[in-house]
Design a protein around this ligand. Structure first.
Ligand SMILES: Cc1cc2nc3c(=O)[nH]c(=O)nc-3n(C[C@H](O)[C@H](O)[C@H](O)COP(=O)(O)OP(=O)(O)OC[C@H]3O[C@@H](n4cnc5c(N)ncnc54)[C@H](O)[C@@H]3O)c2cc1C
Length: 664
């Protein structure tokens, strides 16, 4: 009996649970059906002729079809989220309109313009995909709430100059920019690369050295990185050692990877759109195609290297997780080119209309019917099918190394000259430092004070707090310095967002240790000192930048507060919120002068990604000064007192009334 009732109870519970799970889907289905039923309208000649008197749409798309066709309904649903276009079904039985336009083919689509004229929509096949693609690309048709960004072709001071490009070609400048970003910025967030992250790095550099179709100077760099990595027998490497090979500090001839980013086909209409993630996709498509052409014995080498690199290092952890799940769920076919293409299309379909989508470069199922009409097939029932053989042929040609355009590339001799200059100035700085140290040693009466000559923003803020009579809160920097190479050291570096871009690993700790001698010199600077103290100069320069940045980021944070904060969205490298995030800060800062460096990226990764609690804490405390908080507490206290006062007042009145009542 008891068991029976328990069973019933259990059955009811599981029923409720199921209901709870499926309820949202049922509601969604019903809502979609309702929307469809309400918005799919049959049009008559009378309605069409008066359409523009009551509507502000720029176009009216008339889908002429047989009564049993679903095309008009599907297109109405597809285009519901677009502005400036309306869709109407016109049945073949609607004699008036059919005769007026002389329609003989069902289905077919006609556009009705405000001027009163009709034009037939030309598509390769009378099918949903083709119609949808053609209609959403009509001038003026935009996704609701996403107006296209007007690209200012003429350079304005805050944006990079727009580089005109051919949208059906791949550019080497994008690929080199991706390498620069990946190797100098993304990897630099990891002071020590060890354990399970080391193999992905080795494989990534391995496939780059094998298949990257780069210029000789870049290939020399990739090859030296690859052989250096393969010779590392320990299970960890320091990023700063990796960087020395990358920057060719040994000055091997004709070896360099250009610095900086020059996005061309991966340019976005705003600085937070496209760029590095676009470059990453392009790079991996190129590598898979090159591996295929080289008839590599292991066709999975590139997809696996990509998956593991993304998993271990990709700046947008949210994207990496999604990608991981996608790859796990997909069949890693032997045909790597097609595999990556279909995975990419799945990502495109998920992100279509998301906040991270550049309105000027909408996410589509790629290649579009315009780019490769033969890649698209339509079944007899009007369904879309990919022609995979044609798609493979298209991909092999599109990403082929001999079609990659060299436009906008920095000249090789310039790159090498710059590298030599940098090397020379680095040597000069080292020499200056050594001289300074020698001077300190030779002058024993010098008072050595280990003052930090490069205060971080955090330290600045602490100083401010100390001035206000409060204790500094964070001692991570000091602790980190003591534990070089350990977690503390990482924390110390991560807590300093204004580190120089090329400073990583134990380098900073070493620098801090060297400081006393230089700081000591600072006190006696009045003595005619001809040594150029580059450290001091750089410190001042970075400090000024840091303060400027801190001010601008404070302003940004305050303005962001006014927006609705969604769930913590994915953080892309330097803080790009994608796919449901706010989409506020890009891979490149909004101000071109504002060089986001390694330290900043570390701070972003640490604050916004690696530690979700930290993210929320920082989100909660954004923009509230101590005065705000005190005012809040004061107001809270006053309202409590007011409530208490009212309560006692009414209690007193009621008591008086009760007394009066009992007396009478
Ligand atoms: C591994 C990975 C995972 C990501 N996950 C997310 C995520 O979860 N959320 C998020 O918001 N963003 C994510 N991104 C970023 C996102 O996919 C886009 O890269 C970014 O929004 C820029 O889009 P885009 O318009 O430049 O085109 P991209 O999708 O970056 O494509 C770059 C270029 O590749 C070509 N192309 C497009 N589709 C295909 C295809 N199917 N096959 C071959 N070539 C194609 C086109 O020429 C296109 O211009 C991810 C990026 C990567 C590399």
């Amino acid at each position: 009996m008891y068991i029976n009732s328990r069973m019933k109870h259990f059955g009811l519970l599981s029923y409720l649970k199921r209901l709870f799970i499926f309820f949202p889907f049922c509601v969604r289905g019903c809502v979609q059906w309702l929307i469809c039923a309400l918005s799919v309208r049959l049009s008559s000649q009378a309605e069409v002729s008066s359409f523009f008197e009551t509507n502000t749409s720029q176009y009216l798309a008339l889908v002429f079809e047989k009564p049993d066709s679903y095309l008009g309904r599907e297109l109405t649903l597809d285009l519901l989220q677009f502005e400036n276009i309306s869709v109407r079904r016109v049945l073949s039985t609607e004699q008036g309109l059919v005769a007026e336009l002389g329609v003989t083919q069902f289905p077919s689509c006609y556009l009705y313009h405000p001027g009163g004229n009709f034009t037939r929509l030309e598509v390769k096949a009378e099918a949903r995909t083709f119609y949808f693609y053609a209609l959403q690309r009509l001038p003026g048709v935009v996704r609701s709430g996403k107006p296209p960004v007007v690209i200012d072709v003429h350079n304005n001071k805050t944006q990079e100059p727009w580089r005109p490009f051919n949208s059906s070609r791949v550019y080497m400048a994008d690929l080199e920019s991706t390498l620069h970003y990946s190797l100098r910025v993304e990897l630099a967030a990891h002071t020590v690369i060890k354990g399970r992250a080391l193999n992905p790095l080795k494989n990534y550099i391995g496939v780059l050295a094998k298949y990257f179709p780069g210029r000789p100077i870049v290939m020399n760099t990739l090859n030296s990185l690859n052989s250096w990595l393969q010779n590392q027998s320990q299970d960890e490497i320091l990023y700063k050692d990796f960087k020395e090979i990358l920057d060719n500090t040994a000055q091997s001839p004709d070896t360099a990877l250009p610095r900086g980013e020059r996005w061309v086909a991966c340019q976005g209409s705003q600085l937070h759109f496209r760029r590095y993630p676009c470059g990453m996709w392009t790079l991996f498509h190129v590598l898979t195609v090159e591996a295929k052409k080289a008839e590599a014995s292991n066709q999975l080498e590139v997809p696996l290297a990509m998956r593991n690199y993304i998993h271990a290092f990709f700046g947008c952890r949210y994207c990496a997780e999604h990608f991981d799940n996608l790859v796990r769920g997909s069949l890693l076919e032997n045909e790597a080119v097609l595999w990556l293409w279909s995975i990419h299309n799945e990502v495109n379909s998920r992100l279509s209309g998301a906040l991270s989508e550049d309105p000027n470069f909408p996410k589509i199922q790629w290649p579009s019917p315009d780019m490769c009409p033969e890649c698209h097939n339509v079944t007899k029932r009007g369904e879309h099918r990919w022609n995979k053989d044609k798609a493979l042929r298209f991909l092999l040609s599109y990403f082929s190394s001999n079609r990659i355009l060299p436009d906008y590339l920095e000249d090789e001799t310039q790159i090498l000259a710059k590298q030599r200059e940098e090397h020379a100035s680095r040597l000069l700085a080292l020499e200056a430092e050594k001289k300074a140290e020698r001077r300190v040693r030779e002058a024993p009466d010098l008072e050595i004070q280990p003052l930090p000559s490069n205060p971080t923003v955090q330290e600045e803020e602490e100083e401010e707090e100390e001035e206000e009579g409060e204790e500094p809160q964070d001692e991570a920097v000091a602790e980190g310095e003591e534990e070089e190479g350990g977690e503390g050291a990482v924390a110390a570096q991560e807590s300093n967002p204004w580190d120089k871009p090329e400073m990583a690993g134990g380098e900073r700790s070493q620098k801090v240790r060297r400081k006393p001698s230089i700081v000591g010199m600072k006190i006696r600077r009045n003595m005619e000192d001809h040594i150029v103290d580059l450290d001091l100069f750089e410190n001042q320069h970075f400090k000024a930048k840091a303060l400027q940045l801190a001010a601008s980021s404070r302003i940004k944070r305050r303005s962001l507060q006014r927006k609705v904060e969604p769930e913590p969205g994915p953080v892309f490298g330097l803080g790009m919120e994608l796919d449901g995030g706010v989409g506020m800060v890009g891979l490149q800062p909004v101000d071109a002068d504002f060089d986001m460096d390694v330290g900043q990226q570390r701070k972003w990764l640490q604050k916004r990604d690696l530690s979700p609690t930290g993210h929320w804490m920082s989100t909660l405390s954004i923009g509230f000064s101590r005065v705000d908080v005190s005012l809040c507490v004061l107001l809270y206290f006053l309202s409590c007192m007011c409530l208490l006062g009212m309560y006692t007042f009414f209690q007193h009145r009621f008591r008086l009334r009760r007394v009066k009542f009992s007396m009478s």
